[in-house]
Write a protein that binds this ligand. Structure first.
Ligand code: NAD
Length: 704
């Protein structure tokens, strides 16, 4: 059932019923049109109320239909809206909880609108690289006024019904209901009044008959364009939306609607919209684990213990405090504990000084934090997250102790970046309760959380870890156990390529600039300077022993031997002046690179920016494909989410795996083979991963 009809005296109530959020799928549209026609034909019906359920009026188009012929199949959204506008009986939209995108456009076709006060109204299409396609850009300016409508359309952000009702001269909402509970009764009262007015011969109101105007239209639209230009560099939807709102002030509705549809269809075919729609779907899919159904029970988490109060431990503690949880922070030495607690306090005080945290919230957060040197104090925590030194010996000590003291059923998590989680679980007598929670720095800011599933991690523990990550408002992606998990494992060949490019003729700034122009906020050398070049050095030293067959440039080691660890030492791939984060070109590094090339007998060649981007991004793709093939990641979309939320891959390119598909996997495989045959090509790495080779031959795709 997708639409339920019930009678309340002489009013027909049409209730959208397509869980969870009343997406306007073809079946729902068909059912709504039928219900509307039935109510229209029934002589005993004098008015119609169109409503949804407690979770939503409607969240809009069914995104799984996007780009497929079903999306346009009749009755499509414009047809339905037309039917509502031309209904001869008054139609009242009663908006519950959420009216977004096509859901709001549907309501704009009704004669009257009433909403519960907290109902969120939005046209979020720009977030998918689109504009509203069913009249939103034409009717909303007529309903809400040009400026308020343009703000909603170009930001994609929601406004509450209560706030919308305060916009001067608005005709978006005829009434705001007292509460969600009284919405239907108040909508029925409005419908009855409307029926009486209609019977008395008053014409039915329609947004068609309202004008959208602005007293200083030309200047205002020029200003709006100037404001959005920077942001619209890679995604054209916001600027196209301005054109359409301007058209609403100039053109009759029908002409404006035709223009809107054309722009919508144009944008639907842009790569950036395809990428943003992919991200939308991938984000929702990332939380799903094939063999851990949504019905898997989870354990309650209210009290979290964090072991180690360094960079990560402090950040993780803040992420938990920000989510309302109680936190115990454990260290072995008082000075280290005091340092960690002090960092947390000063971060919050800094936020409070900037007005970003209210004094009572500051007190509340610090009130939920306690520091300790005794394991006995954390024994009752529901989850304990270890964030001590990246050293197996230290991890062993900590996990043996945790095993001894933690209450039964407590989840034992490690924030290790590179160590074998199965070995860590082996230090306990409860490996089923051990999971990896790989946060990114700064842990209270970064969206990504890799949830690492050990061989013996219990489904219930995994489900709890995912729910816990959601409580922290993280994007959770499940990774199997491997060196570096999904994100850092892919970063390894990316950095190796970056270093080879220096050997072959590039400067660090050329490499950084090329990949930044592609859309990364920071190139590999600036990033490494920020994170600390010594971290990569330590990992490489281990790799030299464990994986002697993997080719590395020794140039980054030479840099570290000079003590150039990056921003923290004032010198890395760039030179840093005190207090400045932007590095300057370093003559020392240029000299070092030249000497290094000479020692290898390499004459520098001119490398194009295109080659730089290709080699860096394809390095991610090739390793990503291996990760997918091995089952370390369950879906290509999960890999994309890791790169989008943890590594700054530009959203409008959809993530490395989506980007590769947009290039075509055949072209990707060919490019890899070409690079493999180049003189400095690292031929072993550049053999296309078997998955890529197979899909390229079959014309297949990563995303099923
Ligand atoms: P850090 O050196 O800043 O902090 C480690 C802290 O652990 C120190 O305060 C130390 O006193 C404490 N410690 C050491 N042994 C302990 C013990 N036995 N009991 C209690 N506390 C102890 O290191 P970090 O950068 O916060 O990294 C911690 C962990 O997080 C490592 O496993 C690291 O690989 C991982 N990690 C780091 C990052 C990052 O960007 N720094 C990102 C993701 C994961």
């Amino acid at each position: 059932m997708t639409v339920l009809t019930e009678r309340r005296a002489d009013v027909a109530v049409l209730r959208l019923d397509n869980p969870p959020l009343n997406g306007l799928s073809l079946a729902t549209r068909q059912a709504l049109l039928r219900a509307l026609e039935d109510a229209q034909a029934d002589a005993s019906v004098r008015a119609i109320v169109l409503t949804g359920g407690p979770r939503a009026f409607s969240s809009g188009a069914d995104i799984t239909e996007f780009g497929s012929p079903t999306a346009y199949q009749h009755p499509n959204l414009p047809t339905l809206i037309d039917a509502l506008e031309h209904c001869t009986k008054p139609v009242v939209a009663a908006l519950n909880a959420v009216a977004m995108g096509g859901g709001l456009e549907l309501a704009l076709g009704c004669h009257y609108r009433i909403a519960e006060p907290n109902c969120r109204l939005a046209l979020p299409e720009v977030k998918l690289g689109l504009v509203p396609g069913a009249g939103g850009t034409q009717r909303l300016p007529r309903a809400l006024g040009v400026e308020a409508a343009l703000n909603l359309i170009t930001s994609g952000e929601p406004i509450t019904a209560a706030a919308a009702a305060r916009v001067p001269d608005q005709a978006l909402l005829d009434r705001v209901a007292t509460s969600a509970d009284t919405l239907l009764d108040e909508a029925l009262a409005l419908a009855t009044e409307a029926a009486q007015q209609a019977q008395a011969g008053q014409p039915l109101p329609s947004l068609r008959n309202r004008k959208a105007s602005h007293p200083r239209a030309e200047g205002y639209f020029a200003f709006a364009r100037a404001m959005l230009k920077g942001q619209a560099r890679h995604v054209s939807a916001p600027l196209r939306a301005i054109d359409l709102v301007e058209a609403a002030t100039r053109l009759p509705l029908a002409a404006g609607l035709a223009q809107e549809l054309q722009v919508f269809l144009d944008l639907m075919n842009t790569p950036e919209s395809a990428a943003l729609r992919h991200v939308f779907v991938a984000e929702r899919a990332a939380g799903k684990i094939a063999d851990v159904p949504a019905s898997t029970p989870t354990r309650p988490v209210q009290h979290v213990a964090v072991v180690g109060a360094g960079t990560m431990g402090s950040g993780i503690a803040m992420a938990c405090l920000n989510a309302g949880l109680r936190v115990s922070l454990l260290e072995t030495q008082a000075p280290a504990l005091e340092r960690g607690m002090g960092n947390i306090r000063s971060t919050y005080e800094g936020q409070a000084a900037k007005g970003r945290l209210k004094p009572e919230a500051l007190a509340d957060r610090l009130g939920r934090l306690n520091g300790t040197l005794a394991y006995a104090d954390i024994a009752q925590a529901d989850v304990v997250i270890e964030a001590v030194f990246e050293d197996m010996g230290v991890k062993e000590q900590v996990f043996r102790q945790l095993d001894a003291v933690m209450k039964p059923g407590a989840i034992l998590a490690s924030n290790t970046s590179t160590l074998d989680l199965n070995a860590i679980a082996g230090f306990t007598r409860r490996p089923q309760d051990v999971v990896g929670l790989h946060f990114f720095s700064p842990a209270h800011v970064m969206k990504l959380l890799e949830v690492v599933r050990g061989e013996q991690t219990a489904p219930e523990v995994l489900a709890t870890a995912m729910a816990f990550g959601k409580t922290l408002r993280k994007t959770c992606v499940v990774s199997g156990v491997c060196d570096g998990f999904i994100g850092n494992r892919m970063l390894d060949p990316y950095f190796r390529q970056a270093a080879f490019l220096l050997e072959e003729g590039c400067s660090p700034q050329q490499v950084d600039r090329a990949i930044e122009a592609f859309g990364f906020p920071m190139g590999p050398f600036r990033m490494s300077d920020m994170a600390g070049n010594d971290i990569g050095w330590a990992i490489r030293k281990r790799h030299y022993v464990e994986k002697p067959q993997v080719r590395h440039s020794r140039l980054p080691d030479r840099l570290c031997e000079l003590g150039r660890f990056g921003q923290k030492t004032g010198a890395g791939w760039y030179d840093y002046r005190p207090g400045q984060r932007d590095g300057a070109i370093s003559p020392v590094v240029n000299e070092l690179i030249e000497q290094h090339r000479a020692s290898l007998g390499l004459a520098p060649r001119k490398v194009s920016n295109e080659e730089i981007v290709q080699r860096l991004v394809l390095a991610l793709v090739n390793e990503g494909a291996r990760i997918l093939e091995e089952g370390v990641a369950a879906r290509a979309g999960d890999i994309d989410m890791v790169y989008l939320t943890g590594y700054g891959f530009p959203a409008w390119r959809g993530g490395p795996m989506h980007w590769a598909e947009q290039q075509g996997l055949y072209a990707v495989a060919q490019a890899m083979r070409r690079i493999a045959s180049a003189p400095h090509g690292d031929a072993d790495f550049w053999q296309p991963a078997p998955l890529i080779a197979r899909l390229a031959a079959e014309g297949g795709r990563f995303h099923g």
